[in-house]
Ligand binder design. Structure first.
Ligand code: 2P0
Length: 326
């Protein structure tokens, strides 16, 4: 019996995806752009089992009914595609340096799609793998690739997928400041719906984000790190302003998020280029030049414990799969 193991990295968006044009097919309202992170990844093993039900283990824990149903529904997409009704054992491991609440649906579904493609012998292209990963979670479409990745929103099932953007040699890395390792935030899936339904700023976010995407692609081409950073910060804060203006308000910031943001500004006053972004949670991600990593770490360690910081290079490899045993 063959077992396959796939690996996919998590990604952090510089231009954020927030809201869907089509809920069922996960077609977004905007295109987005991200960096895949080497330090955070998911490994997922899959094999066929002789059973009438799938089985799902996450970090060696068998998952309960709701999680199993969700993943079974997802595996159905591959069963339909391959016209093969066999049940599957999924063993997934999130590799995150600390128990940081950073487990990512992006790396999870990108790894699962890559593993299932091998198991069901569907032989999908990278583009189709990105589409299948998207069906699990929107941001997973981007985790099929390493490096700088753009998810083009497209208009329908076939045209909404991610692709790699050339990096002409921009020197980048990220440091994640772990603000709160425990508290569970409102899920981004639910929060997106509330924002779209109630925020008076939502349409403005959509329009500005198109401009931000064009501007950041130009800045990447020009190897202009400061411009990339400025656009990243401004886009994230536009997204959060939009989310906060939902009714009832959704606030991902905590006091310590603001503290970390101020620390990033302090780095800049000391002449170190560094820019922040935040997602659907309180942790702050700092975009830096890899060549400044030692200096930035030294500054951050004045205020933070080493265990509150995760340094990551940008992943160079795309999602991949290997055969484990026959
Ligand atoms: C992003 N986020 O672009 C944005 C920024 C969070 C904030 O994509 O409903 O888990 O599964 O498509 O992909 C998180 O949303 O949502 C996300 P679904 P997903 O990274």
């Amino acid at each position: 019996m063959k077992k396959y193991k796939a690996k996919a990295n998590a990604n952090i968006a510089l231009i954020k995806y927030w809201g869907k044009e089509n809920e069922e097919l996960i077609i977004p309202n905007t295109s987005s752009l991200s960096l895949s992170l080497e330090a955070l990844y998911t490994e997922t093993k899959v094999s066929f089992i002789d059973s009438d039900k799938d089985k799902f283990y996450l970090n060696d824990q068998e998952q309960a009914k709701d999680e199993l149903e969700k993943i079974s529904k997802y595996i159905d997409l591959f069963r339909d595609l391959a016209k093969n009704n066999k049940r599957v054992l999924v063993e997934s491991y999130n590799h995150v340096p600390t128990a940081a609440g950073l487990a990512s649906s992006a790396s999870a579904y990108a790894a699962l799609a890559t593993a299932l493609d091998a198991l069901f012998e569907t032989d999908l292209s990278k583009k189709d793998l990105s589409i299948m990963a998207r069906r699990g979670s929107g941001s997973a479409s981007r985790s099929i690739y390493g490096g700088i990745v753009e998810w083009e929103k497209g208009q329908d099932y076939e045209s909404s997928f991610a692709k790699k953007i050339d990096n002409p040699g921009l020197d980048m890395a990220m440091i994640i400041v772990l603000v709160n390792k425990n508290k569970k935030s409102i899920s981004s899936r639910q929060a997106m719906k509330t924002t779209m339904a109630t925020s008076p700023l939502y349409e403005s976010y959509i329009n500005h984000s198109k401009e931000d995407l064009e501007a950041i692609k130009e800045a990447i081409k020009n190897k202009d790190f400061n411009k990339v950073g400025e656009i990243t910060e401004h886009n994230a804060m536009q997204m959060h302003a939009t989310i906060i203006s939902s009714n009832p308000p959704i606030i991902y910031f905590e006091e310590d998020s603001i503290k970390a943001i101020n620390k990033v500004r302090e780095l800049r006053t000391k002449g170190i280029p560094a820019y922040f972004t935040m997602d659907a949670g309180p942790n702050v991600k700092i975009l830096i030049q890899k060549s400044d990593a030692d200096k930035v770490m030294e500054e951050l360690l004045k205020d933070y414990k080493e265990s509150d910081l995760i340094y990551s290079d940008i992943a160079s490899e795309d999602a991949s799969v290997e055969v484990l045993e026959c």
